[in-house]
Design a protein around this ligand. Structure first.
Ligand SMILES: Cc1ncc(COP(=O)(O)O)c(C=O)c1O
Length: 396
């Protein structure tokens, strides 16, 4: 039997991590994997999470199962964090999931359960795992234009033209903020135009939000999700706590089904619970409990928000420094978009051959599509990266 198993292409990002580990150069720079790192290259446990963990150790007196949907406190706190008061709580069904990936996977399952013939439209490019999971589930998927590599901006006309070609009932996967991998995001006016298209064509948005608080701020980053979820009849939302709470390995996320017709909540909740039950039964609780403790304790929450804000502004500073340095070295505004992008990533818009040269000649690792993790930089490595990018793109 096992010999009949298919082989799978290695995940590009994980494969690059391996090559990086094996690279003997001591001055190598990892801008590949999507994990936040501080100036020393460390991925810290956030102070509030550590404090919550200590408290939890003291008070937790059982490890019995919680609930199929996960702890209600977690669901309530996360729905409030993502949706604010844009949508009444009784319109939102939700389940805790193992990470944002779990939420994405079950969100696709939910769409297919409602519509076995569904087509999911994904931005070109998008987080590689989106397409990979859709293909694995044998869910039809189509790309919509999104990114203009030459200018580092959103190809908005292309995006709307492609979405106008979608059929009623199709699902459109959107990144709530901090688009991965490009770093290029829609403006408020563009989000409104997307909503108009969704409404005109009868399309269902599924929003993946994995970086709330990494872009323009906690509230600002949720603005688009809130606008969409309050404007259209039905929205699927997959949110990850991995990055903004730094709980990557705890596997903490949430899947929401928002229906303006509140009568659908019970049906939606039953289906979400069913999906959890069929997939792994009870979702992990530890990370979710830490997150809900942080969100509901005013002191922990204030400290978390302060630390998250430092993380966000630190990445913004690195962006500004890199854009300025590249402007100086290339004597052009070609890379100014890096300062306008938001989140942990930017696509440099350089060729695969130039990406290889960055790695081979300079020990700088970015993903093959030229996505770099801004958080992998620090004040010392920004000039090194800028010089290398200037060199590979101008040939000087
Ligand atoms: C766009 C996007 N969605 C979802 C995820 C899932 O993250 P996790 O499963 O680690 O919570 C990621 C992580 O890289 C991501 O970039």
């Amino acid at each position: 039997m096992f010999s009949d198993l298919p082989t799978h292409p290695a995940d590009k990002i994980l494969a690059l991590m391996q090559i990086f580990r094996e690279d003997p150069r001591t001055d190598k720079i990892d801008l590949g994997v999507g994990v936040y790192k501080d100036a020393t290259g460390h991925t810290p446990i956030m102070r509030a999470i550590k404090a919550a963990e200590k408290q939890l150790w003291e008070v937790e007196d059982t490890k019995t199962y919680v609930a199929l949907a996960g702890a209600p406190e977690f669901n309530d706190a996360m729905v409030a964090l993502v949706l604010g008061d844009a949508v009444a709580r009784d319109k939102v069904a939700s389940i805790a999931t193992p990470g944002g990936t779990g939420a994405v996977r079950l969100g696709f399952d939910l769409a297919r359960m409602a519509n076995p013939d569904v087509t999911v439209w994904v931005s070109n490019p998008t987080w590689g795992n989106h397409v990979s999971i859709l293909n694995y589930l044998q869910i039809k998927n189509r790309p919509y234009r999104y990114f203009e590599p030459a200018t580092g901006t959103v190809d908005f006309d292309g995006m709307i033209a492609d979405l106008n070609g979608a059929a009623p009932g199709d699902v459109v996967l959107l990144h709530g903020c901090c688009h991965n991998p490009t770093g290029a995001n829609l403006t408020a006016d563009q989000w409104q135009a997307v909503i108009d298209t969704l409404l005109a064509k009868g399309l269902i948005p599924m929003i993946d939000i994995a970086y709330q608080g990494f872009g323009d701020g906690l509230e600002e980053d949720a603005a688009a999700v809130r606008l969409v979820a309050s404007s259209v009849p039905e929205t699927i939302i997959a949110a990850s706590c991995s990055k903004n709470f730094g709980v990557y390995r705890e596997r903490t996320g949430i899947l929401m089904a928002v229906a303006q017709d509140g009568g659908l909540k019970t049906l939606n909740q039953g289906n979400l619970n069913f999906l959890n039950r069929q997939t792994y039964s009870f979702p992990p609780d530890h990370g979710a409990r830490l997150v809900s403790m942080v969100l509901t304790d005013p002191a922990l929450r204030a400290d978390w928000e302060a630390e998250l804000e430092q993380v966000r502004t630190g990445m913004l500073d690195l962006r500004q420094q890199l854009a300025a340095e590249l402007q100086r070295l290339t004597n052009s505004d070609r890379f100014d978009f890096i300062g306008r992008h938001r989140g942990m990533f930017s696509m440099l818009g350089i060729t695969p051959a130039q990406v290889d040269t960055l790695r081979n000649d300079h020990g700088i690792y970015v993903i093959g599509d030229s996505r770099m993790n801004v958080a992998g930089l620090n004040a010392q490595t920004v000039p090194i990266l800028a010089a290398a990018v200037a060199k590979v793109t101008t040939g000087d």
